[in-house]
Design a protein around this ligand. Structure first.
Ligand SMILES: [Zn+2]
Length: 251
């Protein structure tokens, strides 16, 4: 028997009554756990297997294959996220990204508390766009594709001011080098500053970050393309979020 805290990244039905949940755990990193009977509403696993739930798990059998759940209890249900279409759209993006980046049973220190803080900040009303950007930035690091933001990606000089971000060259460009990549994305100094802040920010102490819409759009464009080009990852759940934002359904 092993005890570990975990957050549900996703859950799929297995047979008529069981679920296989993918958890991000503090101890083992990402793991798959068979929860027998979890599809029945009266099951003791029913609540703890819902998306985003932070739970305390007692699991067994991990040596010979998939873990099975012995006991589990809810520590934080994050109901406020699940009951809000908009917040859950962001949480789904984070969960999908974590699921894609993390390798099973290869724990990366700090990744569990990072996701936990993300969900807490979502509930607390912090700007979800900024939270998602910070999470993406930390996932670049976990995936080993973190850009160097202090030097020009073309000439290598230390940057005071960057004017564009080159996805292909995986970094910012200084003014004299701005044509090194003709399709590099133009960015304001504030955008560059935030990209750097996202890399170093301590998520546990995150204050309110005020960001203009134009800077937000630049960040969104850079982050999205960077993850696709450098990480080979296109989030399915991003389409839903895009639809929500397009129709202005957020509050
Ligand atoms: Zn340069």
């Amino acid at each position: 028997m092993e005890k570990t805290e975990g957050i549900v990244l996703r859950a799929i039905d297995y047979g008529e009554t069981n679920k296989i949940v993918t958890l991000l755990t503090a101890k083992y990193g990402k793991i798959a756990v068979l929860a027998k009977g979890a599809n029945k509403p009266q099951s003791r696993f029913f609540s703890v297997c819902q998306p985003f739930v932070h739970g305390q798990w007692l699991v067994y059998g991990g040596n010979s294959g998939m873990f099975s759940a012995s006991q589990a209890e809810v520590l934080d249900s994050f109901r406020a996220i699940r009951e809000d279409l908009y917040l859950s759209a962001y949480a789904v993006c984070m969960a999908e990204l974590a699921d894609l980046i993390f390798v099973e049973r290869e724990p990366i220190p700090g990744s569990f508390p990072l996701l936990l803080h993300m969900f807490r900040h979502l509930v607390a009303g912090k700007d979800p766009d900024i939270l998602l950007r910070i999470f993406e930035s930390k996932m670049w690091f976990a995936a080993g594709i973190q850009p160097n933001l202090t030097e020009c990606a073309h000439c290598g000089n230390r940057l005071d001011v960057a004017v564009r971000f080159s996805i292909r060259l995986a970094g910012p460009l200084c003014q004299p080098c701005h044509e090194a990549d003709p399709i590099a994305i133009w960015m304001k100094p504030a955008t560059h500053k935030l990209l750097r802040l996202f890399q170093i920010v301590d998520i546990a102490r995150l204050g309110q970050v005020k960001v203009g819409e134009d800077v937000k759009l630049q960040l969104d464009k850079i982050h999205r393309q960077y993850l696709e080009e450098q990480g080979g990852i296109s989030l399915k759940s991003r389409q839903f979020l895009d639809q929500l934002n397009k129709y202005g359904l957020h509050h």
